[in-house]
Design a protein around this ligand. Sequence first.
Ligand SMILES: [Fe+2]
Length: 457
Amino acid sequence: MVRSPFRFSNKRYHVSSHLLSELPFSRRDPRIRFVNHHVAHALSAYYVSGFSMANVISLDASGGQDSGLLGYGDGDDFHILHRISTDSSWGQMYGKFTEILGFKPHSDEGKVMGLAAYGTPDSDLFKFINWDEEIPTIRRDIFKHQVASFPRRQPDSELTEYHKNLAATLQYNFEQAILRMSKYLFKKTGCTSLCMGGGCALNCSANGKVLVEPHVKDIYVQPCAHDASTALGAALKVYRDEFGHRPDFQMDHAYWGPSFSDEEILAALKKAKVVKFHKANDLAKETAQLVADNKLVGWFQGRLEIGPRALGGRSILCNAKNPEMKDIVNKKVKNREPWRPFAPPFLEEDFAPYVEHPYPSPFMIIAFRANNEKIPDIMSATHVDKSVRVQTVHKHTNRPYWEMIKAFQDITGVPAILNTSFNVAGQPIVCTPFDAIGTFFATGLDYLAIGNYIVEK
Ligand SMILES: [Fe+2]
């Protein structure tokens, strides 16, 4: 992990001398403003949530001198109610057990979250958490001592019941802590809207548990909740300080990356000497038919999405109704652990009957509980615990994607497909037409819908 060169200490910020020597300005330059790490996380959610008032939780491993803060936004203002010290870091706790379970900390926490669904939590195992406090804390001394006693799993070795139960215990305790934090904020403010930022906000299982609580009626999770969003949060803070009010902006989609015209795509196809492709008369219909026919389709449309989830800018699509599709995607393209879940994008208009407590989820960052009678429609996108990490696809924010799923619904009656990020294991998501064409030919994808072109092998 790269340590931030900005350190918050006694209300003063210090910049490492190494970085200062590289920058074309001095620390005292009046153009430079310093924004606390967790304030940036918090504002990256609250100021773009569209809420006029909301409780806010920011949580990560560490940033500034804290690992989190609890506060609330009221109009243009943001108030801090509680800081969570790095000694009691829920993000570090999660990272440590990710490592113990044989995965990469600060990277593979999502895998552990997926694994947790296979186990049974032991509510008494984590003796290092002090639940007697209003906001529970991690007792550092006991944590260090107890962590050393857990046997470490070698990467790629077998995952036993013990490992599954340990993952479940970790997830359970993490969720309970977040629930307590949200209750604390509700008690303080009476507000039923909640915003979440910081890397821990990417835990969609925990977010789903919070959303079904009676004290949370509305939720907004920053789609790029990890440290990348601190740049946005810092800019929003300076904007508010400079102009006296928050920007009039609601972040209702994540499509902020580059896009490519059909001319650029055609030029890339020709340069790559691709011969088997045609321009679609109706891209949505043609793609939907391929997906309905159980083909694996690379989907490259519009602007690249930001954040860790593929949201229909650079996605791999297939038929979620087919129970074998998950294994087919893993075998032909993704080569990832077979127990990890895939996620379904849904037409937002038609997703409510599929889950308990439906709520708009444009960023695939909330896990819902699927309704039993609807699971056969989304077999390959439903996790072992019947949770489903829905993306609601909205016509006004991604029309090509919405139209394709609508066309799929016209063919099959199901308003959802299965989506995974357009990349192979260990590689970043594709960005340019060249990236997409390269990954298409290097994997078992059957078709590529790129701009208005459909490419085959
Ligand atoms: Fe952070």
